[in-house]
Design a protein around this ligand. Structure first.
Ligand code: NAD
Length: 417
């Protein structure tokens, strides 16, 4: 069996395809393939029992040509520099695609947050924030939540940065609690965007979303609310999963009841009353209309792509489909709405949050959601038009728009010195 493609190999492969389609030269290709800065930091942690452990942390700024860098912070045991580099590159194309003035970044700590106490998690977050402080800031690089981090993580980062600066800097992170400068609507923004992207694709294909069957991999910040919003809009969410496995019900799940079940102390969706237990692998192969991978990268690969039976794959996660799998899905007429488009709602509302922080003037949730809907539908239309014009996939079209705008920024700024 051949080794599965890494996230970085996938990202580089996709970039090469966009570069070829756009006819960019080798020098520009190298410029776009190479992160501007990669910072690796030690994060020493004092455990609650008094022992010490040194964790590894990263922050990569892939591109800065269109504005400050922007991207999430991941706390996950398998996080490493190459994964963070791939995720940072995808952020660059995503920000350019949706027309917000940022470059891409990503960061992370190789740690399993589920194994740390709340106090330990706060110490890791604050130490990591201090270590990357020289390269972040509202005009330089603005972190946000990702896998294993949340609004509380952002609050600790914002506080650490502010205390060390000597004054309150709300704009240094996004995805903060509303009480300290967060935006209304940010918590559900990625998931709401996934729903808009899915509905745009269904509408274009002439499919009514009401009654459409949906399976969602990952019941975290993105997957949990995507399941909720899709259910509320009239879809039949038949399966969801998390790190431990999945649950299935042919008559549909109630995501709100499932959320309450977790809030009441269950550590997994598995075992939710009235459902059948399935594996994550089985969830990806269910006979549904829409599949939303919203957990980790590389889950749809050359080994299982042929068994995907959904008509639409809407990528809530970053990089869930490898290039080999893309080719198989395309051959099987499965429409993939790519990550840089489908999950862009998160960074879109992060941008709205940063703008509100800089202006110290805040918008209502209705205003935020209306701007998000417009932005997502416009991005989908641009990608779809180019895909038809050039007879390429939605992924290649989305990458072409993002990569093309970043290349244009480099050309216009020129090369220093
Ligand atoms: P999260 O930590 O809130 O949730 C992750 C979910 O995935 C959890 O339910 C977890 O149990 C599950 N999971 C973990 N390992 C798994 C495995 N091996 N198999 C199946 N499920 C597994 O993270 P999130 O913020 O929801 O991020 C999910 C994805 O969405 C990531 O790819 C992230 O980069 C992407 N994303 C997040 C945002 C955001 O705003 N949070 C924005 C854009 C994209």
């Amino acid at each position: 069996m051949t080794a599965r493609m890494s996230a970085l190999d996938s990202a580089q492969h996709q970039l090469a395809e966009a570069v070829k389609q756009l006819g960019l030269d080798d020098g520009m290709h190298q410029m776009l393939a190479t992160p501007r800065r990669s910072l690796e930091v030690a994060v020493p942690l004092r455990r609650d029992d008094g022992t010490m452990q040194v964790l590894h942390g990263y922050r990569v700024q892939h591109n800065l040509s269109r504005g400050p860098a922007k991207g999430g912070i991941r706390f996950h045991p398998s996080t490493d520099l190459d994964e963070v580099r791939a995720l940072a590159m995808w952020m660059t194309w995503k920000c350019a695609l949706i027309g917000i003035p940022y470059g891409g970044a990503k960061g992370g700590v190789a740690v399993d947050p589920r194994l740390l106490s709340r106090n330990e998690l706060e110490r890791v977050t604050r130490r990591y924030a201090s270590e990357i402080m020289p390269i972040i800031g509202p005009e330089k690089d603005i972190p946000a939540p990702d896998v294993g981090t949340d609004a509380q993580t952002m609050a600790w980062m914002m506080d650490t940065y502010s205390v060390n600066s000597g004054y309150t800097v709300t704009g240094v992170v996004t995805g903060k609690p509303v009480s300290i400068g967060g935006s209304e609507g940010r918590g559900g923004a990625t998931s709401r965007g996934v729903m808009y992207a899915a509905f745009s694709a269904l509408r274009e294909a002439g499919v009514d979303h009401r009654g459409a069957t949906v399976a969602v991999q990952g019941f975290g910040k993105v997957g949990g609310l995507a399941a909720q919003f899709l259910h509320d809009a009239g879809c039949l969410v038949v399966a969801v999963s998390d790190w431990k496995g999945g649950v299935y019900s042919s008559t549909g799940l109630n995501p709100a009841a499932l959320r309450r079940h977790l809030d009441d102390g269950a550590d997994t969706v598995v075992g939710f009353p009235g459902t059948d237990t399935i594996t994550n692998a089985e969830l990806l192969e269910l006979d549904v209309d829409v599949l939303v991978p919203a957990a980790l990268e590389g889950v749809i690969h050359e080994g299982n792509a042929d068994r995907v039976r959904a008509f639409f794959v809407v990528e809530g996660a970053n990089g869930p489909t490898t290039p080999d799998a893309d080719a198989i899905l395309e051959a099987n007429n499965v429409l993939v709405v790519p990550d840089v488009l489908a999950n862009a709602g998160g960074v879109a509302v992060s941008y709205f949050e940063w703008v509100q922080d800089l202006q110290a003037y805040f918008w209502t949730e209705d205003e935020v959601n209306a701007k998000l809907k417009l932005l997502m539908e416009s991005a989908y239309d641009q990608v779809s038009v180019l895909a038809h014009e050039r007879s390429v996939s939605l992924r290649t079209a989305a990458q072409m728009i993002g990569v093309g705008r970043v290349a244009e920024a480099h050309r216009t700024r020129g090369l220093y010195p």
